[in-house]
Design a protein around this ligand. Sequence first.
Ligand code: DHB
Length: 390
Amino acid sequence: IQTQVGIVGGGPAGLMLSHLLAREGIESVVLETRDPDTIRNTHRAGILEAASVWMLTETGVQGRVLTEGHEHRGTTLRYDGENHHIDFQDNVGQSVWLYPQNEVFWDLAQARERDGGVVFWSVADTAVHGIETDSPRITFTDAEGAGREIQAQIVVGADGSRSMCRQLIPEEVRTDNFIEYPFAWFGILCEAPPSWPELIYANSDAGFALISQRSDTVQRMYFQCDPETNAVDWTDEQIWARLQECMQGPDGFELKEGRIFDETVLKFRSYVCEPLIHHNLVLVGDAGHTVPPTGAKGLNLAFCDVRVLAPALVAWLRDGDESGLAGYSAKALERVWKAQNFSYWATNMMHTRQDENPFAQKRRRGELGSITDSERGRAYFSECYTGWQD
Ligand code: DHB
């Protein structure tokens, strides 16, 4: 198969890139190891920045974000058992949208199918060859078990946090920047009404908890856990007891419970690959960088990469102008590092460390107060959370 852009990975980043390229008459082929139903049923974060919503609604993906998603004009930080509201609209004139990432994936997959996009699902044995030449190739086994080869002008690695493509950038030119955390998130989905109109990020002596939503009848919640936790070791009673402990307080906040039907332990780290391009291989999204989930920047950052990369690829493939591609890594990384800072900062501010001494704990309390009790503090948080305006 001959194409212009070979895209390894059919998650939101790979599909959005393929979609934007097609709009400009650039051909691409997308390969994905999973099948679409598996990806649709893999629960991920649920917050979209306005710029991400715009990419879905203004580029013809259509989709249901404006009808089925919910605009959130602010959020709440909770500590010492009290809620502290941060109004994004008042502070920076922006909102975010609650719309699950797996539904973003589904909208994009359907848009690709509608527009005749070439996507191979359920592939195996993917290997990329010749990225230091002008004619890189991708070999793979398709869903029917047949060996296939794609010849492209450039390969894009959109293959997620365990990226195979990233490993092709030689160690001499690649810097792996990362930091690990002594905690993970225990995530549940349950059948219950919402406990609050917006999200609540809570810190307590029992640790961090996030009360998020999916619909009027399904709620998404997380609490801080040890990274080695096995979800099956926790009974529903233990899960609710921990969540209630994280949310209790003198304000009498009431967390509504219901039947739990999905449990997952989410491990995370902060990671940035530099550079994001090596000869004819480019990385986008989680393949190039991952953030801890606090603040839900992952998908939004992936879309930011694509917003920079798509026009750069079009200029190169259509007009022979290489300047956009040459500048891709530096331009994308500028925003990546801002988001790395926010995700790292918010994670450390909101989580409780077991070995935390009284100084560290009280300093963190001061840090929370300096955000929630100050108009400038709230504005800073709002600007980061809603995504820095270009
Ligand atoms: C969700 C996840 C996040 O990491 C976050 O910061 C906000 C919301 C969610 O799954 O709804």
